[in-house]
Design a protein around this ligand. Structure first.
Ligand code: ME8
Length: 598
């Protein structure tokens, strides 16, 4: 990942104060009790919300159709939501669309549609994509909804009542594409497509314009030391660590006050500033409040808000790690528990983005590679710390190797009538595979069992830290080990007429099915359809698929196994069909330009 993507723009300078700003000290804005409450770490939170969990994706701009990067954020959030449900949590999962602001106003104008119709069309495309890809959100928020407008208006009034908003005159660079303010050091000279000299954002490459306007300013500068204290006191508040450090670094610099409204004459498409119809609330303040709206704000929202976790791309880190916590501190609300940051998908080394037009259509790809195939690929290859380049070739190689050959092959071997004519979960023979060694098992077999036994804890740790790729790496390694176990003992060479051989064959199949049951259970958050197919084939009932049901190979520990002797489920065909690279060649050059194209 390039470090140039990391620097922060912390707003522009307020050059003239129109209304004398009230004397403000952020320390007096919050009671002592509140100050402690907002910084409490997860370990000191009250027990009442222990079984609640709230996870969010960014809400996506509706200026253009969704691409693979958007699906990636949604799949990460979906994975953690499903994982929490398996653990017995009451989990809320919000996603949706960000529909106000200059960028959307301009896109709607260009499309010739009225803004709400335009927003509805594109918002539906996101929803359709997420529904098609099994993104099991519990709330789909649109910022044009009345409940959200009410939340934003209330939130603004709280900040204003606390003296945190003042009217000023504002001058600085603005990127409409990023809806972001930039300082002088964050812009560079460039030429546009017709050779004209322009200024662009160093970070995104998007064009910036000089803006001079009377508007409302938020006292961001007053929160610098509180933000530093929050981050120092909660070293895991922003993950991975490198992003935590990046934010701490940004906070070493001055934090200018932030413009939080635009003149209505320029921006009509947004929430009006309460008591000033000439001004529209800045789209980022509006958008960030969506997380509260879903939690129930301004009504009873504590249950969910106390347990909020945000998943965001690194491009919007400053909004989530600086502006948002400052707004929340100002409003006297707790800060999110964690901000999980992920890096970007690139194509040919360039960030996949709507404005560059190098996007990969996630709907088309998930139809070709299957929904679960795409989910698996994104989570197995996507690394939070660094960017990842997308190619169809990588998808095909990975899915064929790990889902079709390794996992699918293992299931096929252990359930094929040739090795398992009775179509049951056969018996485990402790004499053949004694836990103390000996019998017919090799030393490697005990190592394999140990690896699978400790897999759940490892996967749990990786799901918790949003390092899903590490969980999948660990599962794939265990699947390979189980295949190695079967290969080593070649059960197809055993003589079914010999009772000793038959007992050993049954034991090999029992152990392998137990391994498969664990893989199927742990993979449910990633590939829900494949896991369901696998577990159903093993005869594992839906109420036996929870996190607490894992209990690997109890017979090895001298305990009963509820599955032993149970009939397998019906054979519904191969687990995952191999993908042909022939299809790939047809698609190879087809990165889709979706900008307003549907
Ligand atoms: O920024 N790789 O919306 P947005 C990975 N509305 N993820 C990517 C990506 C890529 N190439 N491109 C985009 C906005 N994303 C605001 C957010 S939240 C209160 C408001 C994902 O449509 C990633 O999560 O530009 C990124 O942060 C987000 O989409 C930006 O989506």
């Amino acid at each position: 990942m390039k470090t140039s993507l990391l620097f922060v723009s912390t707003g522009c300078k307020a050059v003239r104060t129109l209304t004398k700003s009230p004397v403000f000290s952020p320390v007096t804005a919050l009671s002592r009790h509140q100050r402690i409450a907002v910084w409490r770490s997860s370990s000191t939170r009250s027990c009442e919300d222990d079984k609640s969990y709230y996870v969010t994706t960014p809400i996506f701009y509706v200026n253009a159709s969704p691409h693979l990067g958007h699906l990636y954020s949604a799949v990460i959030a979906d994975c953690v939501h499903r994982y929490k449900l398996l653990q017995g949590f009451n989990s809320k999962f919000a996603t949706g669309t960000d529909e106000h602001g200059l960028k959307i106003q301009q896109a709607a104008e260009a499309s010739g549609k009225d803004p709400l119709t335009f927003c509805t069309d594109v918002s539906e495309r996101y929803k359709h994509l997420f529904d098609s890809c099994d993104i099991s959100y519990t709330d789909y928020i649109r910022t044009t909804e009345q409940r959200h407008r009410a939340a934003v208006t209330h939130f603004w009034s709280v900040l204003a009542d606390k003296g945190l908003i003042y009217k000023g005159s504002y001058e600085g660079w603005y990127s409409t594409q990023d809806e972001s303010f930039l300082t002088e050091s964050q812009v560079a000279d460039a030429l546009d497509s017709s050779g004209r000299e322009i200024k662009v954002s160093l970070e995104s490459g998007h064009k910036v314009e000089w803006m001079t306007e009377e508007n409302y300013m938020f006292r961001l500068s007053a929160f610098r030391s509180q933000l530093l204290q929050w981050l120092r006191g909660n070293p895991r508040a922003i993950q991975p660590e490198r992003f935590h450090h990046a934010v701490l670094q940004w906070l070493q610099e001055d934090l200018p006050d932030l413009s939080v409204s635009r003149q209505r004459s320029r921006l009509q498409w947004g929430v009006p500033v309460p008591a000033d119809a000439e001004q529209t609330i800045y789209v980022w303040l509006d958008a960030l409040v969506n997380y509260l709206t879903v939690a129930g704000y301004p009504d009873d929202h504590n249950k969910w808000w106390n347990t909020a976790h945000h998943i965001v791309g690194k491009d919007i880190l400053k909004f989530h790690a600086i502006y948002w916590p400052a707004f929340l501190l100002g409003a006297g609300l707790p800060l999110p528990r964690t901000i999980y940051v992920h890096s970007h998908w690139t194509v040919g080394g360039k960030k996949m983005s709507k404005s560059l037009g190098n996007v990969v259509d996630p709907l088309e790809r998930s139809q070709t590679f299957t929904t679960d195939g795409m989910r698996y690929f994104l989570l197995r290859q996507g690394v939070p710390d660094s960017d990842c380049d997308y190619t169809d070739d990588k998808v095909i190689k990975l899915l064929n190797a790990e889902l079709a050959d390794s996992l699918g092959g293992l299931l096929n071997r252990c359930t094929a009538p040739a090795l398992n004519p009775a179509q049951v979960y056969p018996s485990f023979c402790p004499r053949c595979f004694p836990s103390e060694g000996g019998g017919r098992a090799a030393v490697e077999d005990h190592h394999m069992l140990e690896a699978v036994r400790s897999l759940q804890a490892a996967v749990e740790q990786h799901y918790e830290s949003m390092n899903v790729y590490k969980a999948l790496e660990a599962i794939a390694a265990c699947v390979r080990k189980t295949n190695g176990f079967v290969q080593r003992h070649a059960p197809w060479k055993l003589d079914g007429r010999d009772s000793e051989d038959q007992r050993w064959l049954d034991t090999i199949i029992h152990v392998s099915l137990e391994c498969l049951r664990i893989y199927g259970t742990l993979l449910q958050p990633i590939v829900p359809q494949i896991s369901n197919k696998l577990l159903s084939r093993l005869g594992v009932r839906p109420d036996e698929r929870r996190w607490a049901d894992v209990n690997f190979l109890p017979r090895y520990r001298g305990m009963d196994c509820p599955f032993e002797g149970r009939a397998l489920g019906p054979d519904c065909g191969v687990l995952f069909s191999r993908l042909e690279s022939l299809n790939l060649d047809k698609r190879k050059t087809k990165t889709t330009k979706t900008r307003n194209s549907k």
